[in-house]
Write a new protein. Structure first.
Length: 218
């Protein structure tokens, strides 16, 4: 188990109130910050996570981090889950869904999509959940569904990618349209012909932002 008290104390001891002010402003004042840069967070957390892969996942520690008012603690939890990726299974999806839908913003969503995507790559039954998320009223579940296959290259499930994106076309939400563009842009590096064909089929329903992002490397 993680020595959460010692880790939390180490993070608090590294706080920089002056740095915290612009960090909070950058995130639209949605979250409080201790003022610790992400590389420093990783450096502090690394020795605590060193043996993590040999243990069961400490969800109590993750919950404790997510309950903190300081955003760095959420980053710490995400670093921990990345370190524990090989142990994550479909049974952990409800816990991850809770993280996606609480204290939601792009900074945590864009890490959780890879974590969820790692599970889905190994357990195809998770695809049904991602299809459900792609139709959710919660935009962050939608965003994770859209981008969960980033960096998969030849392992991309194009049928799933197309269906999830189609479920999110004709949207006005910036974070959804940006995610669509990113998903298509990333896959265009592997299969540009498929992405061109997708845009041709769906251009009339795609936001200009999505098209612009998707065509960046075409």
């Amino acid at each position: 188990m993680i020595d959460s008290e010692a880790l939390l104390a180490a993070l608090h001891s590294a706080a920089d109130p002056e740095r915290a002010v612009p960090m909070k402003a950058y995130m639209k004042n949605r979250f409080d910050y201790l003022g610790i840069a992400k590389p420093h967070i990783a450096q502090i957390c690394k020795p605590f996570f060193k043996q993590a892969a040999k243990q069961d996942i400490d969800w109590r520690f993750v919950a404790q981090c997510w309950e903190s008012p300081y955003r760095e603690l959420q980053y710490c939890a995400l670093d921990y889950l990345k370190a524990m990726q090989k142990q994550l299974t479909p049974q952990d999806i409800p816990r991850l869904e809770k993280l996606i839908t609480e204290k939601s913003w792009w900074d945590t969503s864009d890490v959780l999509d890879r974590i969820v995507g790692g599970i889905a790559l190994n357990y195809s039954e998770v695809n049904a959940v991602l299809l459900d998320w792609s139709r959710s009223d919660n935009i962050w579940l939608r965003r994770v569904a859209i981008d969960h296959q980033l960096l998969r290259k030849e392992k991309t499930d194009t049928a799933l990618l197309e269906q999830i994106i189609r479920n999110n076309l004709a949207q006005k939400e910036f974070f959804i349209n940006k995610a669509i563009g990113w998903a298509l842009r990333d896959y265009s590096k592997t299969n540009p012909a498929w992405v061109r064909a997708f845009i041709t089929r769906h251009r009339s329903h795609m936001a200009a932002l999505s098209i612009r992002e998707a065509e960046k490397y075409l």
